[in-house]
Ligand binder design. Sequence first.
Ligand code: OOG
Ligand code: MG
Length: 254
Amino acid sequence: MSFIQKFAERVDTAAISARAIPQITQEQDFGVDEAYAIQAASIDRRVQRGDPIVGIKMGFTSRAKMVQMGVSDLIWGRLTRSMIVEDGGFTEMSRYIHPRAEPEIAFLLRKPLSGVVTPLQALDAVGGVACAIELIDSRYENFKFSLADVVADNASSSGFVVGTWHEPGTDLSNIGMIMNVDGRPVGYGSSAAILGDPVRALVSAARVAGEAGLSLEPGMVVMAGAATAAIALEAGQHVRLEASGLGFCEFRIR
Ligand code: OOG
Ligand code: MG
């Protein structure tokens, strides 16, 4: 078995059993290209289990996130169907190791999107925009990783909640975002923190997906990355994101 398959199985097992593992780069050094190969192979295992890819997520598209995690390269990961958490619904703490929540913007594609595109071309492929919360849950002990580790671990992604879809024409360049936990505001930000405008994250998503030979298809979701640092979650909490002009989305973790 190649080390790609070995580590793909390692991160996959850690994710499905919600058990933290040591950083895999401490066992063997490898680069970012190999890390994406591990990610692809680990998500392939899920797809084989009947859990298809429904979109992609961008990561480290804001300074706040780069500073929080000490990693400064843009990364991406795959979203699969089992990661969907219904807006207004529940998710179980037992599914996670040490989950965190992030305020994000989501795009719904109405046309295929791949390769090098302009912001206008990217927007032409969009059928709806919404506020969204990503649940991240690094499979590594203490949420500590190198760039290659986090890429191999599907960019820490473990769930996502999407609010009501709005018209694609909505200006996304400065959406005020407030994260509330149990009715108390715990984080504030603006969508401008996401590469200056989240549309740029969509342009990057098209490029990286194209490079990876992954086609972004109509109906798929693209998550632009967090506007603020992530918030650590505890069982019993109610998390709600309010986004100016985009309404809100929320879930409970029990
Ligand atoms: C990596 C994922 C980063 C974002 O929105 O920037 C990310 C992590 O922080 O564990 O999802
Ligand atoms: Mg995120």
